[in-house]
Design a protein around this ligand. Sequence first.
Ligand SMILES: [Zn+2]
Length: 91
Amino acid sequence: MSHQIKCEHCGEWTDPSLDKCTYCGKTLREEEKKVKASSNRLKDSLEPQLITINDDDHPILKLFKRVVQLGQMIFYAIITFLVWVTSWTIG
Ligand SMILES: [Zn+2]
């Protein structure tokens, strides 16, 4: 018999390859999925959203956008560093 997991809803042992418990029909590993989803959202919000430079932009506008991009990159580098330091200090 293959490895089974215990259903968090009814306590019966069921097939972990299935999304739902074969006994009560409720979603398995619901909490685990929620945690994963929220951590993905957090990662997305920390992902740098740089402004885009278009080829047909005015040269001065391009230069201005490059400066803004540089500023954004420095900003995100600082945020990433702070997050890293915080997680390293706590954990
Ligand atoms: Zn169940």
